[in-house]
Design a protein around this ligand. Structure first.
Ligand code: HPA
Length: 266
């Protein structure tokens, strides 16, 4: 049997999504590890659907990932909140990792905010700090695209959306996000290597979704929450529960920021 066509699966998921949540969504936010409390800043959802109930999605396995798509309003805008994402380290391949983005695109979304939890490589990074992603290093050795799809990634993390974000928080830092497959955290030697390569943040998501979004003509804002100093930066050991707890503590405030950002979208 041939593998199912990703575009057809996304179209089927978008049809079920709009049947459950209605039409007219033009913004999506993907909530990363620990970002779930940020979703609550958007208030009661008008409707929601279980991610695992839509074609092509499986319920997320990572601890701390919800598994719901909510429809919320910000002013006149209708927004899809994806609580939970599929990671490469779940071992299902690349398609499920980017299926949410393709589904959002098929449902009419033109702007996506990709959030994540990341290790901070810069000594000045503080736990709980939000950092705008200015660019990425895709170190997963994978692409969501196949065939002759030579997509330009020069302005992948939209400069004008970053500017809009800084009009709300002028001090918002920016950095380059290194995406690794995980699920293990990095060694201190790998973190030193990543610093040499120009990375400021390290995590296990976002890059493939950003590429899929760009290929679908969606404008991307990337926002990392620094949940820990990357391995070897402080000598502290990394603990997944602590990473999640750090995320929770800062996420409410970041949710307010996201609401304001979407409210100001042109
Ligand atoms: N490394 C990789 N992924 C992460 C980290 C990290 O230090 N923190 C949160 N996600």
């Amino acid at each position: 049997m041939n593998a199912p066509d990703p575009a057809a699966t996304a179209a089927a998921a978008a049809a079920d999504l709009t049947a459950a949540l209605g039409n007219g969504h033009d913004v999506a936010v993907v909530m990363g590890s620990g970002w779930a409390p940020a979703a609550d800043a958007f208030g009661e959802p008008a409707a929601s659907v279980g991610i695992g109930d839509l074609p092509g999605f499986a319920a997320p396995t990572a601890v701390g990932h919800g598994g719901q798509v909510r429809s919320v309003r910000v002013g006149d805008r209708r927004v899809l909140l994806f609580l939970g994402r599929t990671h490469l380290y779940e071992g299902r391949g690349v398609e499920p990792v980017v299926h949410g983005i393709r589904t959002a695109a098929a449902a009419g979304v033109r702007t996506v905010v990709l959030t994540n939890a990341a290790g901070g490589l810069a000594p000045e990074h503080r736990v709980g700090q939000a950092v705008l992603i200015s660019d990425h290093l895709n170190l997963t050795a994978r692409s969501p695209l196949v065939g002759a799809t030579f997509v330009d990634l020069t302005d992948l993390y939209s400069a004008r959306l970053r500017e809009l974000a800084r009009s709300i928080e002028p001090d918002l830092a920016e950095g380059v996000y290194a995406a690794l497959p995980g699920p293990h955290y990095e060694t201190p030697a790998e973190i030193r290597m990543l610093r040499t390569l120009g990375a400021d943040l390290v995590g296990m998501s976002t890059a493939l979704e950003a590429i899929a979004a760009r290929a679908a003509g969606i404008e991307v804002l990337g926002l990392s929450m620094v949940t820990n100093a990357a391995a070897g930066i402080t000598g502290e050991k990394l603990d997944h529960e602590e990473v999640l707890a750090a995320g929770k503590a800062a996420a409410g405030r970041l949710g307010q920021f996201l609401v304001e950002f979407i409210g100001r979208l042109p």
